[in-house]
Design a protein around this ligand. Sequence first.
Ligand SMILES: *Cc1c(COP(=O)(O)O)cnc(C)c1O
Length: 389
Amino acid sequence: MRSFESELTSLKGDALHRSLRPLKGPQMPKILSGTRELHNFSSNDYLGLAASDVVRAMLTDAVRKYGAGSGASRLVCGDLEPHRMLESQLAKLKGTEAAIAFSTGYAAAVGTVSALVRRGDVVILDKLCHASLIDGARLSGATVRVFPHNHLDKLERLLESSMDAAGDDGRVLVVAESVYSMDGDWADLFGIVRLTKAAGALLLLDEAHAFGIFGKDGRGLADKLGLARKVDFHLGTFSKAAGLSGGYVCGSEAGVDIILNRARSFIYSTAPPPAIAAAAHDVITRIFPGAMGERRRSELWNNVRVFTEAIADAGSPLLREPTSAIIPVILGDNERALAAASRLETSGFLVPAIRYPTVPAGQARLRVTLSANHAEGDIIALARAIAKI
Ligand SMILES: *Cc1c(COP(=O)(O)O)cnc(C)c1O
């Protein structure tokens, strides 16, 4: 039998071995690794809410009111008041008939894609889609087709052949992210919407990295571009800009009912803790739409600008103007990316090296993420340290 040791050795040989990094303290711009303080530029806590006083208070109040665990799956006896409140608020925010909450964004993605299509159907994904969407597609049993990132000609051809293959009784589902998690760039959403609607296929859009950040009240990129009504299913997470955890899908009443009836990650998993659902409700009701959300979003964009200018001033301008809080610095091979991350760590910065299979082979990179509560001085110091590498 193939030993675990030989498998690990081969991972290490390819610089693909991963290990955990224990950190101490809350998720903040400065974080303790052992006894060393590191500037944290790797979190998806874009608005700095995860350890904020306001979200802590929302969560602790909710724990007092609703307790800790939810006790069972939503379909057994875990369907509690905060879940309902969250879902109706989400549907209102996104302008859809219905919404459904999951324990994680991963569970939402894997469950939704596998619920919406099945054998005989076709699911078409952008090549850079997140693992959770790919896993859902594989699990569904539908035929999986992939188009190169934002490659609309290929999407159009795939749509044509897929609509024929699926036939009158089948479904064709196009899956894209609005902001791509490892590149920080946007989907060509106008093109994707146009082609998908023209073909009569369904569109699922994962807004994990856009929810809370773009659009009116943080509704997402589809809203910002005026395309929200053209998207059939809006997927997202509370684990990034919302500073909590949990996932959601918004869509038509019937579509959400199908997800509730078919998504195994919803049916066979305990409902999200009610306090998390209540806090998520409060974040999307009281922070995303209010002055606090506006202020944090503008601080985030200011920090993105500060980084972009500082790295250009230091003599190594970014290849592409950032369009989100995710800024990739592509280095190519795995060893180079690992060495760069380790040099940055020596200088006091936590910036992860992202390797295959999270990104395509040969595109290993540093992934810098910015947050509303980074200090300008630290951002400039990071930009200079990266430029030196
Ligand atoms: C993070 C992420 C998810 C998973 O969300 P979690 O809440 O972390 O499980 C799904 N899709 C995309 C695009 C993501 O970036």
